[in-house]
Design a protein around this ligand. Structure first.
Ligand SMILES: [Zn+2]
Ligand SMILES: [Zn+2]
Length: 318
């Protein structure tokens, strides 16, 4: 890694609050996005849907490329995190959803609604597993009173015609002059329609694992990626957590079936020879003994490269 890149990441860590500072106001209220160049922004890094605090909210990520914001997953809190990342919601054009667990899609409808209220004029494309049309249809239904009134009363375009939803399969989702986006089925039983995403942005590659058990095909999918954003689980802490629950054995089996142990995350990153491994979607999410150093140490045994412990609003240059 070059000195300037190292310095950028150091500054990003400071800006993100990773060093204990609050998110500074300079990141807020810029339009359409803060003019900081192409970047990856982690919006929500918590695993699971339980809401604890604003500091770490459920899954959501942002790529800003050529000044265009692209959202990957829309867990609860994504709208406020986008505002704090300086994004003008009416500039949104693409939203990608890895799977239909609520910690990844709960705020999809509301994010679209909020983009509409912010002045969305151009179509917005949602790429998500089968079920997204059903989900949005019922979201619009449940909010039709407000939407219909605002169309009539405020002269707004109909949000229902501005949103274009695409139910995805494995393979290439988008190819255009700016980017290529592809999807890989990951391992998330009992959900069968769950995906990892790869964004090719010029020379840069950013890969999101989604929620997945150890997924060997990710090695070639993420090969040489500039950033692999991978979910991560601490096996010992999961053991401790389930001991406290009445449904321990069922819960443990469920968690282990669709998440990846830290050591295996490192293995994937090493075999894929990624330039930076970004940890997110921490499981369990609420164990105070799991410090940044613990996460780094548990991945370090299998991955000697650059490990970044993800924090909400952390910015990483592309
Ligand atoms: Zn999840
Ligand atoms: Zn999930």
């Amino acid at each position: 890694m070059s000195d300037s890149r190292r310095e950028f990441i150091r500054k990003s860590l400071l800006l993100s609050g990773a060093a204990g500072l609050d998110v500074p106001s300079v990141l807020k209220e810029k339009s359409p996005v803060a003019p900081d160049g192409d970047r990856l922004v982690l919006l929500g890094t918590q695993g699971g849907p339980f809401i604890r605090s604003y500091k770490q909210s459920p899954s959501a990520n942002l790529i800003v490329y050529k000044n265009a914001p692209i959202v990957i997953d829309a867990g609860y809190g994504v709208t406020f995190k986008l505002r704090d990342a300086g994004v003008n919601l009416s500039a949104l054009k693409y939203i990608f959803i890895t799977h239909h667990h609520s910690d990844h899609n709960l705020e999809l409808g509301t994010l679209l609604y909020n983009a509409w209220i912010a002045g969305l004029k151009e179509p917005i494309h949602v790429y998500a597993p089968v079920g997204v049309k059903h989900l949005l249809h019922h979201y619009w239904e449940s909010n039709s009173f407000d939407i219909d009134i605002r169309i009539k009363d405020e002269g707004r375009a109909d949000i229902r015609t501005l949103v274009v939803s695409h139910e995805i399969a494995e393979g290439t989702l988008i190819t255009n002059a700016d980017m290529e986006v592809s999807a890989l089925k990951n391992i998330h039983p009992p959900i069968t329609e769950s995906f990892a995403f790869k964004f090719k942005l010029g020379e840069k590659r950013v890969v999101f694992s989604g929620d997945t058990a150890y997924c060997e095909p990710l090695v070639s999918f993420a090969s040489g990626a500039d950033y692999l954003v991978h979910e991560v689980m601490n096996g010992k802490a999961v053991e401790e957590m389930v001991k406290r629950r009445p449904n321990a054995s069922k819960l443990k089996a469920s968690i282990l079936s669709h998440h990846t142990l830290a050591e295996d995350v490192g293995k994937i990153a090493q075999e894929a020879k990624v330039k930076n491994l970004v940890l997110n979607h921490f499981v369990p999410p609420d164990d105070q003994t799991l410090t940044d150093q613990v996460w780094i140490d548990s991945v370090r045994s299998t991955f000697p490269g650059n490990i970044i412990v993800g924090k909400d609003l952390m910015q990483l240059g592309l």
